[in-house]
Write a protein that binds this ligand. Structure first.
Ligand code: G16
Ligand code: MG
Length: 217
């Protein structure tokens, strides 16, 4: 088999965006301003550091390096508290169906996430064993839309980038997959993810026969 599949984490496998949102909103409120759901869209797939830079720009707040670092830590402590009790019930619909099918066909599977918390989250939802390769925020220097995260994943999978299929829910992630020369599949709003090669609302819309069309044996 020459094909590899790469999954983003937040928004594709689990809906952690809501917990990221709660933690960023808490920080914004402490700093004296509002942070809306619409603004949270800009944070999807974006590194923690970049998220804080955007948040402070929204609140028109100038931070010292010391404040910046302590707010990064505070946000993550709050986020970890929100995700502490996550379990298998938070896996997005039909994700196991797709993972099971790929596993049963012996197709290599990678995680390609911006999150530094990816591994504990996969453990909590009991999906870690599906992944042959994990590339996350701890392994990359350049954040999405840079293709680095997906190119490292392809290399570790031993699959050519043009034979990799990427599932992504974020605009920055679709851009990263396209820049890597991979086949991008948008999960979510097709109008927002209009740069993706294929679009689906969620995995319930993805049939096994569609997956077969992507697999080169
Ligand atoms: C995710 C989220 C982003 C988050 C980033 C870093 O990316 O979509 O909102 O800022 O990870 O997460 P952490 O603060 O846990 O390191 P992805 O690529 O999994 O969608
Ligand atoms: Mg995502």
């Amino acid at each position: 088999i020459k094909t590899g599949f790469i999954f983003d984490l937040d928004g594709v496998i689990v809906d952690t965006a809501k917990y990221h949102y709660l933690a960023w909103r808490k920080l914004a409120n402490e700093l004296g301003f509002e942070f809306t759901h619409e603004q949270n869209e800009l944070f999807k797939g974006v590194s923690r550091k970049r998220c804080l830079e955007i948040l402070l720009a929204i609140g028109k707040i100038k931070a010292t390096q010391e404040q910046f670092d302590s707010w990064m830590i505070e946000k993550n402590v709050d986020y970890l508290a929100y995700i502490e009790n996550m379990d298998v019930s938070e896996i997005l619909p039909d994700v196991p169906k797709v993972l099971d099918y790929l596993k049963h066909k012996n197709i290599p599977i990678a995680l390609g996430s911006a999150s530094k918390n990816a591994k504990p989250i996969l453990e909590k939802v009991n999906l870690l064993s599906y992944f042959d390769v994990l590339v996350d925020g701890n392994n990359v220097t350049k954040a999405k839309p840079d293709p680095e995260v997906f190119l490292i994943a392809a290399k570790q999978l031993g699959v050519k980038p043009c034979n990799c299929i990427v599932f992504e829910d974020a605009v920055a992630g679709i851009e990263a997959a396209n820049a890597a020369g991979m086949i991008s599949i948008g999960i979510g709003d097709a109008e927002i993810l209009n740069q993706a090669k294929y679009n689906f609302k969620d995995f319930t819309e993805i049939s096994l026969s569609f997956l077969d069309t992507l697999i080169i044996e």
